[in-house]
Design a protein around this ligand. Sequence first.
Ligand SMILES: [Zn+2]
Length: 170
Amino acid sequence: MNRQEKALALAEREREEIKRKENFMRLAIAQAKAARRAGEVPIGCVIVKDGAVIARAHNMRQKRRLATAHAEMIAIERACRKTGDWRLNGCEMYVTLEPCAMCAGAAANARISSVVFGAYEPKSGACGSHLNLLENAGLNSNTQVTGGILKEECSRLITEFFAQKRTSEE
Ligand SMILES: [Zn+2]
């Protein structure tokens, strides 16, 4: 392969990888929509191991009346139960909104290998927007972060939810 062919092959692989991530993000979006139907803030999460989904969850703060019932926390709990191990090495977490400090910390503690999120959360996002807890030597975290996968669709879910909420409260 010459240099140009190599560059083309690399670009093709990157496109394939983005498509793969988008497919799993669509499953997280389906979870976010389930949250919306249940009257919860529409945030969804799936955890993937060896190319298969091992846990799905959505935000359940209202239903559980629990501040820690974020989609990612519930998905981590379910993935650990499924694998019978608190370590989720080799697992990828897909979540529609950039994780907060609690969830990013939990992902690092669970040794999740990769966090992929949709919409950026400038106010409280802890995966690069406001804080950067992952990819952080101080936390001894080796978790890779990819942001912005299907971000328009993910952020539309949230903004529409709060716009509707405001209208119904007026
Ligand atoms: Zn969170």
